[in-house]
Every structure is written in structure tokens, then in C-alpha cells.
Design a protein around this ligand. Structure first.
Ligand code: NAG
Ligand code: NAG
Ligand code: NAG
Ligand code: NAG
Ligand code: NAG
Ligand code: NAG
Length: 590
């Protein structure tokens, strides 16, 4: 090795600059892929939400407050979705206005530890083991959390004025088939959180006025059509977590013509007969979430013409018959999330023209196509397993997951930091490397071959700068409406080309750096050896490095079948593994 001369100092300096630049490029790429945790919603400060595609942020309280605050009215559109149920709830059920708070008791006879207000009585958690004796004109009776085990014949027949009866959390195990005799005015009945294994035929036969029946959390196992005889006003039936293994095979709603709301969440139902729901003409909400349904016959939902919400999530449905949704012209919310669906037909959703929200979380759709979602013109919300799928539903207003860490529904580069760093890095890389090339040319280096290697390295780095410039330009071009263009963009020749450039740049840089390091290493370990590459060898090595780089970067372009759209997997056209699951936050409700 020669002694350190000023020239050697210069060239060392330049080497360090170019190495640092290469490193920076590398780190920015890696960082873009792995480190960025900013999503589009963070364009707005905490506690604010964005006004649709417009870059306006408003405080969260203005969201869905009944007044249009965004210039485009986006804050008042489709406010119902996150609720779903609550939405229907408000529309179908009149919530009574709070009455004057009177504490007078109009009942003459009731156990000491109960609380009486007007004609309503609450006997909660006072260890009652049978139905207490109270004045017959009681209208509301709550016996929650007591120790009543048996409901005998005529248990309530004295209380003919009763409108609401709450018997939750008693571990009632035996219910006489005449237990509710005489309750002709009863409107709400809750038997949830008990130990009821059997409800005999006709047990509710007198409850002609009953609107609400809640049987949640009982180990019921079976029900028959005749269990519900007499419930001719029933509106709401909830049987969550009742261990049901199957439903009656035919006409479940025969005795409940006005049944509107049916909830079978968390049972063990394995299949539905096509005629089970045949007479449920008034049904607006049907939940079969978290059951063991594997298969659904084609006509299962054919008569549910007014159904607004259908929840089939968390089942074991592998395949949906082509026309399963044919009769559901009014359906607005459909949740198919967390099913091992293997195939979705191209025209699967064609009949759901009114659909506003579609849940497909956790569903792998390998053959996803824009055609699948086209006919749902009113679709505003769609929930997918992957952000990439969002680009196949370009007309939908809101898609989750909202971001893959790089792009968001609105923008190619989701975070401001990412955008700024793309431009800064593009300039730094391009001009920094050009500067180094220039300096290297002006200042004659001692080791000419080495200088050539550095120049070639700079050229390779420059390609990365060009790539970053293009990413920045397309980001600006698609600002605010990225998802509409995402699919076309990722399939485009431009995307593939810049992806190719970036790949080529990083491969050549890495190989060159490895080569230079090896060379330096040899110089240090064997300072006096003649093991130095000559001019021809160096040129050969450089050529080989470029050839290898170009081939590796070209292979995915040639073989689409094997690699798919290798470069167009994400918006920045560079194969980064950046898939991420969005953590739901309060802000996401916008
Ligand atoms: C936002 O979307 C609406 C339609 O939803 C469109 O009319 C409007 O031009 C868009 N605005 C911008 C800035 O993209
Ligand atoms: C409730 O019934 C009792 C008789 O048991 C009667 O004296 C009382 O006036 C009734 N109260 C009301 C408000 O009807
Ligand atoms: C389901 O109901 C059983 C009683 O039937 C109860 O022990 C269990 O905690 C309930 N499970 C859930 C998730 O509510
Ligand atoms: C469905 O119900 C019909 C009529 O009750 C019955 O004949 C048929 O066997 C049932 N099918 C299945 C698969 O249970
Ligand atoms: C759909 O169902 C899944 C699983 O049951 C649930 O996590 C998700 O919140 C539902 N989606 C909507 C929009 O209700
Ligand atoms: C979309 O919804 C609006 C009301 O929200 C309704 O008037 C319109 O008919 C629906 N469009 C289609 C294609 O059903």
C-alpha cells in the first residue's frame, strides 16, 4: 500500500460519500417497506377525520351529527355502517322517551328488599328461590340474579297486567309448559343466562302480545316449530349461545309471522334446510354468526325479500351456491368474514344491487376480479383480508384494510414522511451520485480501476434515484383517488419498468459493494501479493455483475405465470413484504 497522499485522501473521501449514499438508498427502501407505520388516517391529526377524498380534516364530533360539515358532505354519508344492527334498531324500534322520574310506589304487596317504582318492581340479587307474591297490578317484574330453579305451572298467572318480565341469571332448569299462562299482555320476556335445556311445545302459547323474546345463554340444544306457538306478535327473537345443533327443517316462522329480527349467533348449527326460512317473510335481520355451517342450499334465503342484514361470518362455509343471494333484493349489509371460502363466483353478488356493506375479512380470494363487485353500485364499505384487494373494488367509498403500510385507499404514498423522503432521497441519490461521478472524472485517481468501479456503482445508484422520482410523480398524479387507479397502475408497463430499474439498481449495488469490499479485504490481508485484478479482469467482472443484475431483474417480467405480477404487488412497484393488518382505532370509524 502506498503512503497516504492528498489524492488518496480525496478518493477515500469520495468512496465514503458514495458508500454512504448507497447505504442511504438501501435504508430508505427498507424503511419504506418495513418501518413506516403511518397510515392515511394520520394525515388528519388525532381526533379528526378526513372528508372523503378531499384533504380536509374535521373534529370527530362532527362525524354523523346530522349536519353536513364537509364541503362534499362526506361526514354525513352512510353513517350507519359501523353499527349495522344499531342502524336497523333505530329505524325499526321506537325508543321511548324518558318519563318523569317519579319514585312513588303504587304496589301494595311486595318483598321488602325489592325496589318499587310506580307499578314496576325490581327484585335483583336478593336470593329469591321462587316467584315472589306481589300485587296483581304489577306491570314490570325483574327477578334477575336470584336462585329460582323452577318455573312451575301458573307461576305468573296472577299478574295479568304484566308487560315486561326479566328472569336472567337464575339457573332456571325446568320450565313448565304452562309457566307463562295468562300473560296475555306480556311484551318482553328475557330468560337469558339460565340452565334451560328444554322448552316444551306451546310454552309461550298465551303470549300473543309478546314482542321480544330473549333466550341467550341456555344449553337448549333443540327447538321445534311448535316451541313458538302463540307468538303471533313476536318481533325480536334472540338465541345467542344456546348450543343449538340444528334448526327445524321447515318453516321456522310458521307461528311468528311478524318476526323481524332473528339472532342465532354462537350456536352449533351445521346446516340449514332450504325450507327452514321459507315463511319468514318479514325478516330484516338474520344473524348466523359463529356457527358451524358448512354448506348452504341454493334456495335457503329465497323468500327473505325484505332482509336488510345477513351475517354469516365465522362459519365453515367453503363454497356458496351461485344463486344463493338471488332473492335478497333489499339486502344492505352482508358479512361473510372468517369463512374458509375457496371460490367466489364472478356473478356471486350480482343480485345484491342495494348492498352497502360487504364483509370479506379473512377470506382469501385468489381469483379476485373487478367484475365480482361491479354490480353492487351502492356499495360503500368493503372489508377485505388484504389491502391489495381494494384495488379490485374501485367504486367503493371505503375499503379496509385501509393501508398496506405504503399506500392507502386515498394515496399511493400514505404518509407525509414517506412522500417527503421519496423526493428528498430522489434528489440526493441522483445529484449526489452525478456529483461523485463528476468529481471522479475531474480528479484523477491513483487507482483508475477502482475509480471506474465507483463510477459504475454511482450509475447503479442513480437508477434508484430515477425510480424514486417516478414514484413521487405518480404519487402526486393519483393523490386523493389512488384506489380508483391502483389496479390499472400496478398492471401498467410503467410500474413494471420502474420496478425493474429499482431491482436492477439494488442488485448491482449490492454485488458491486461486495466486490469492492472483497477487493479491499484482499489488499489488506495480502498487502504485498500480486493478487490484484487487472484492467481486463475488472471490466469482465463489472460486465458480469451487470448481466447478472439484468437477468435477475428480468426473469419475473418474462414469467408471469410463475411470478404473477411481481413488481406490481404494491403501489411502489417494488416487491417488499409490507403487508400489514390495520389495528382498528376510533378514528377508523370514519
Ligand atoms: C371527490 O369525489 C367526488 C365524488 O364522490 C367527486 O365529485 C369529486 O370531484 C372528488 N374530489 C376530488 C378532489 O377528487
Ligand atoms: C293495584 O291493586 C291494588 C289492589 O291489589 C289496588 O288497591 C290499587 O289501587 C291498584 N293500583 C293501581 C295503580 O291500579
Ligand atoms: C354460553 O352459555 C353457557 C351456558 O349455557 C355459558 O356457561 C357460557 O359462558 C356462554 N358462553 C358465552 C361465550 O357467552
Ligand atoms: C328439508 O326439509 C324437507 C321438508 O321438511 C325434508 O323433506 C328434507 O328431507 C329436508 N332436507 C334435509 C337435507 O334435511
Ligand atoms: C363481520 O364479522 C366479523 C367476524 O364475525 C366481525 O369481526 C366483523 O366486525 C363483521 N363486520 C362488520 C362490518 O360487521
Ligand atoms: C342506492 O341507494 C339509493 C338510496 O340510498 C337508492 O335510491 C338507489 O336506488 C340505490 N341504487 C341502486 C342501484 O339500487
Amino acid at each position: 500500500m502506498s503512503s497516504v497522499s492528498p489524492r488518496a485522501g480525496y478518493s477515500l473521501c469520495l468512496d465514503i460519500i458514495s458508500l454512504v449514499l448507497s447505504l442511504l438508498v438501501f435504508m430508505s427502501t427498507v424503511r419504506a417497506g418495513l418501518g413506516s407505520t403511518w397510515s392515511a388516517s394520520e394525515i388528519c391529526p388525532l381526533g379528526h377525520f378526513p372528508c372523503g377524498n378531499v384533504s380536509v380534516c374535521l373534529p370527530q364530533v362532527l362525524h354523523c351529527n346530522g349536519q353536513e360539515d364537509c364541503p362534499n358532505g362526506a361526514d354525513e354519508e352512510h353513517c350507519g355502517d359501523n353499527s349495522g344492527w344499531a342502524n336497523f334498531f333505530d329505524r325499526t324500534i321506537q325508543i321511548p322517551l324518558p318519563r318523569d322520574l317519579s319514585t312513588d310506589c303504587f304496589l301494595q304487596q311486595y318483598p321488602d328488599r325489592c325496589q318499587c317504582i310506580e307499578l314496576e318492581l325490581q327484585c335483583v340479587r336478593i336470593s329469591l328461590n321462587s316467584v315472589p307474591h306481589v300485587s296483581p297490578n304489577v306491570t314490570s317484574l325483574s327477578l334477575k340474579s336470584n336462585e329460582i330453579r323452577v318455573l312451575p305451572e301458573n307461576a305468573f298467572s296472577r299478574y295479568t297486567e304484566l308487560q315486561r318480565l326479566f328472569l336472567q341469571d337464575n339457573c332456571i332448569s325446568s320450565v313448565s309448559d304452562r309457566a307463562f299462562n295468562g300473560l296475555f299482555k306480556l311484551q318482553k320476556l328475557s330468560l337469558s343466562q339460565n340452565c334451560i335445556t328444554l322448552l316444551k311445545h306451546g310454552v309461550f302459547a298465551d303470549l300473543h302480545q309478546l314482542n321480544w323474546l330473549i333466550l341467550d345463554d341456555n344449553p337448549l340444544k333443540t327447538i321445534t316449530v311448535n316451541t313458538f306457538t302463540g307468538l303471533r306478535s313476536l318481533f325480536f327473537l334472540s338465541m345467542v349461545n344456546t348450543s343449538l345443533e340444528r334448526l327445524p327443517s321447515s318453516r321456522l316462522c310458521r307461528h311468528m309471522p311478524f318476526l323481524n329480527w332473528l339472532d342465532f349467533e354462537g350456536n352449533c348449527i351445521q346446516r340449514l334446510n332450504y325450507s327452514t326460512l321459507l315463511s319468514c317473510d318479514e325478516l330484516t335481520v338474520l344473524s348466523l354468526r359463529a356457527n358451524h355451517i358448512k354448506r348452504l342450499p341454493e334456495n335457503t334465503f329465497q323468500s327473505l325479500h325484505v332482509l336488510g342484514e345477513l351475517d354469516l361470518s365465522s362459519n365453515q362455509i367453503k363454497e356458496l351456491p351461485l344463486n344463493i343471494f338471488r332473492g335478497l333484493q333489499s339486502l344492505q349489509i352482508l358479512n361473510l368474514s372468517q369463512n374458509p371460502l375457496s371460490h367466489i363466483h364472478l356473478s356471486q353478488f350480482d343480485h345484491l344491487t342495494q348492498l352497502q356493506s360487504l364483509g370479506l375479512e379473512g377470506v382469501e380470494i385468489p381469483d379476485i376480479q373487478t367484475r365480482m363487485f361491479q354490480s353492487m353500485k351502492n356499495l360503500s364499505y368493503i372489508y377485505f383480508k388484504k389491502f391489495q384487494y381494494c384495488s379490485y373494488a374501485p367504486h367503493v367509498r371505503k375499503c379496509k384494510p385501509n393501508s398496506d403500510g405504503l399506500s392507502s385507499f386515498e394515496d399511493l404514498l400514505a404518509s407525509v414522511i414517506l412522500r417527503v423522503s421519496v423526493w428528498v432521497m430522489a434528489f440526493l441519490t441522483c445529484f449526489g451520485n452525478l456529483f461523485v461521478i463528476g468529481m471522479r472524472t475531474l480528479i484523477r485517481a491513483e487507482n483508475n480501476l477502482h475509480a471506474i468501479c465507483i463510477k459504475v456503482l454511482c450509475c447503479a445508484d442513480c437508477l434508484m434515484g430515477v425510480y424514486l422520482f417516478f414514484v413521487g410523480i405518480y404519487d402526486v398524479k393519483f393523490r386523493g383517488e389512488y384506489n380508483k387507479n391502483a389496479h390499472v397502475w400496478m398492471e401498467s408497463l410503467e410500474c413494471r419498468t420502474i420496478g425493474f430499474l429499482a431491482m436492477l439498481s439494488s442488485e448491482v449495488s449490492v454485488m458491486l459493494l461486495t466486490y469492492l469490499t472483497l477487493e479491499k479485504f484482499l489488499v489488506i490481508v495480502f498487502p504485498l501479493s500480486h493478487l490484484r485484478p487487472g484492467k481486463n479482469q475488472t471490466f469482465t467482472i463489472l460486465a458480469v455483475i451487470w448481466l447478472v443484475g439484468i437477468s435477475i431483474a428480468t426473469v419475473p417480467l418474462l414469467n408471469d405465470e410463475l411470478f404473477g405480477n411481481y413488481y406490481g404487488r404494491n403501489g411502489v412497484c417494488f416487491p417488499l413484504h409490507s403487508e400489514r393488518v390495520e389495528k382498528p382505532t376510533a378514528k377508523d370509524s370514519t
